[in-house]
Unconditional design. Sequence first.
Lengths: 520, 293, 368
Amino acid sequence: MTVAPGLPADAAPAVIRLTGVNKSFGPVHANRGASLTVAPGEIHALVGENGAGKSTLMRVLSGMYQLDEGTIEVNGRDVTGWNTAQAIAAGVGMVHQHFMLVPTLTVAENIVLGRELTRRGQLDRRRAEQAVSELCVRTGLVVAPDRLVGDLSVGEAQRVEILKTLYRGARILILDEPTAVLSPPEVDELWQVLARMRDDGGTVVLITHKLDEVMEISNTVTVMRHGETVGRVATSQTSPAELARMMVGRDVNLAGSAAPASMPAARADHRHALEVRELTVPDSRRTRAVDAVSFTIAPGEILGIAGVEGNGQTELVEALAGLRRASSGAILLDARDITHLSVRARGDAGLSHVPEDRQARGLILDYSIAHNLVLGQQHRFSRHGTLDEARIARNAADQIARFDIRPTDGSVPARTLSGGNQQKIVIARELGRDFKVLLAAQPTRGVDVGAIEFIHAQLRAARAAGKAVLLVSADLTEVLALADRIAVMYGGRFVALLPRAAANEEVLGAYMTGASGKAA
Amino acid sequence: MMTLAFLTQTVRIAMPYLFASAGGVLSERSGLIGLALEGYMLAGAFCAALGSYYSGSPWVGLLAGVGGGALLALLYALCSVRYKADQVVVGVAINLLAVGLTRFFLRFTFGSSSNSPRIPGFHVTESTTGLLALVQNPLVWMGAAAIPVVAWLLYRTPFGLRVRAVGEQPDAARSVGVHVARVRWIAVALSGAIAGIGGAYLALDQHQFTDQMTAGRGFIALAAIIFGRWDPARIGFACLLFAAAETFQIRLQGVPFIPPQFVEMIPYLLTIVALAGVVGRSVPPAALGHTEE
Amino acid sequence: MSAPAALPSTGDRVRSPWRTQLEEALLPAVVALLIALIVGDVLIVAYGQSPGAVYRLLLEGTWGNAYGLGQVLYKTTTLTFTGLAVAIGLQAGLFNIGAESQLAAGGFAAAVVGTLLPPGLPSLVVLPLFIVAAAAGGGLLGGAAGVLKSRWGAHEVITTIMLNFIGLALLNYLTIAHFKVFDTLHTAEIRSGAVARLSALFPAFHGSAANFVLLLALVTVAAAWWYLFRSRAGFELRAVGLQPAAAEYGGVSVSGVWWRAMLISGAVAGVGGLNFVLGYKHYYEDGFAGGAGFLGIAVAIVGRNNPIGVVLAALLFGTLSQGGLAVNALVPKQMVDVLQAVVIIAVVTSVPEVRRLLRSARRGGRGS
């Protein structure tokens, strides 16, 4: 099924051996026959594009998910189907992307929670802090045990997460994208800690999509693609280019064939449907989610934004839509400054928005199809404060027919529809009206193939009709299929802005994983 | 003497608040709103009257009061923790239930719709300062200990650590193997038991049970918890402050320049001010009120 | 039941959402009533009476004669207002526990206005004035909680509880210090604007407190229904209650809806005060609300936050309240207080559970 170049996996002694793992979430196959073999005392990188199934596979290993098929062996013991508590007891600890910490408790309290040290029935705070301090010294993960976790930086919070697993005696440590939230010096420090753990005989599995990290720290690499394991190689015997080829499935040119990012100042006609100047959006952690991003979109143009999720795309779109405050910068729609307008006023000015999360934002699930088709335009579908139900129904009948929404009865609650038809409601509402600029965030996420084709056709039709479209998608194929120019977002900035002709999956992939960022 | 009498009266008035808020903070820190404290107290007062009347011993009454409060609290936990029903509605309903049940059984057992016959309380000697009566009443000593004991429980025991974790980040607690629902059941049951002592104090102190004798004290205790920012020491202080205001009002009865109703409002106004964050924001446990997954 | 816009579906394969909703609305209520009946039986038997006899007496004393029915209707009227008030808040995702003091404040404001009017004005002419006064009284307290939430993020459950105590203490002060008739706890009688009893038209109701504020309640129900389900503001209010993030996306100011909803909720509860002040006693009396505000929570929950459901639930709780008096000869009337509480607990606990069971049963039935 899979061709694994490099090391013969079966021959190696293994602390972890996952074989034939299948795991689905409804119609989505996250893992299909995935396998992983990890030798004792190594740092093992698990790499792959976004959505390749890395996190799912590791959650199966750590007992968070139950697999559908396949076997899990740890230290030679078949532990298929175990739970989190059993995994912890067997020395398997996982550090999640989203921390599992109680911000109002101290570092020491968070670490001992559930396995408290006591003296005559009381918490032994001193011993707990001592144990944590010793652990800090032994591992090099320095953090004051008596500090409140809520006061820690992200990097420190991550140290606490790692200490938590080590306190519970983890000898196998799984880290899910640990560097996504760290600054470069913190990353270096983490590498030292992991290297020390390995030298002490521990085993580390590192989920990442950054190839420079893989080359720097790991001993062995397993590559996943589309839920399958496609390769396992010793790091010393491979190269970023080979890994990238395995990740995306064809030859990759990492040598910076991408033209340097250049703003299209050449477009001298000044006819920008959307112009964004130095837009900066803060996030909750006091850092910049979007960092002084500038771009323009012309009428009849689709600008695609590619990038690994969490690099500021969501915040950028929400700031453009008026759902999130920008701290500085300007947004101009058809030369009109809309930076300080409300959501509704932006809509009236000609901004349409297909939101990233249709279930949470795009639809009121308990409202009927007809009512959802006017959400955001309720003021246009009412007279003297009363909803004009006749016009709402007519609008629904039109849109349902035009956008082929099923069922065709507009009075049915949106909740009962399939994901594809739910998304068609959003598309119909946002594209079926008069607008100048469309923000389309993940427009085809979680919808079936037929609906994807339909939605793509609609976006192309919008371009043909002279609309400006900002397309944000985690799916590179989609961006490449639709966009006229493509920007890559990384760390809140545009690290590349290329014409379609200069972009391909490999080039974009390199920018997305940060590999080209350093080369350039 | 005036000041001593003022102090003893303040302590006396503070007793039910101290018990109820000591119980309430346990429940709230585990993520369950202490909206039914009033009900626990009322049930505690009635059961204490019942126990003391039939046994002739205030100690039996006290035990019965603990049981009555805990029983209602277990009903609250059943609805909110087990069945994940809306905490606010269940809390309000349990208060109504407590009023109804105590009225029904007041008629049932004592044949009265207003009060029970005289019941034995703890033997105390009344004096002008009230000091003797205070130090002779074992419940006063328990009341003085209630807040420190709960503080010890919350901050010095493994159970307390888990309560604090569960009320703040249940998922984090669950991920390290803490049994979230079990911690909440125990915290709520304890809160009912301790609030029940507060009710028992009222009945034994007044030597009878009267209809709705808690008269909103459970809500003052809730106000003290919020005003005290969910921290036992501050809560104890808030209870004493509210009680002092009440004593002040009683002592000033007849003095025209401050209407008693305005003094009555003090705890509630302070609570709103604290909640609105006008001076130092009062931030509740993050998972308070959310028992649904 | 919460989406009356939904007509029976024409789809023959898909199960009608209308029927599904009806099932989900009624089944928990039936389960809750069964539980209440069982608890009632236990109490009655414990008291040495036969449940059959007690329930027969309860029905006879409420629906069995015109006086009883009149009393039921009177209680239903107040409960309809407080139930609507709570329901409107809940439709916006807000819990108004303050209906008790809002009801009292509305009644007080109306009574004060009534004492200031010249005598002998026709009721229908001054009624709007009373409605405005009562709405302002209740709206002030409700709106205060709304602003505290919109502006400072103070949770409305706690602020409305606290405002209950503050409002009632304030009304107590105003009554005693400024407005009371000597040696009583009530204000002077209103000089104009009294609303006729039902017995003026139907003599059979003689002696009962039922009055034509009942019609005002029904008009308010219709208005609330229109507001919630037919107006643009209601569309936005319910959107905030269901999915605040989606409402925000749809151009709705979430905090604006919060304070407006609390203002309206308080105002509706306040207008409920007219039932006592204009229709029954013709003055404000300290403590007249008597728990009707808290029962409004029960009415809204059992009525599933729908105005029509609220009327039916108010009728149920009105019947129980009056029924307690009717059965007092056999069992203590306080039994009814217990049953009311049991109904609330059973409904709020069984709604999610029964719905879960219904949904999993349906999924199982369809095999997908």
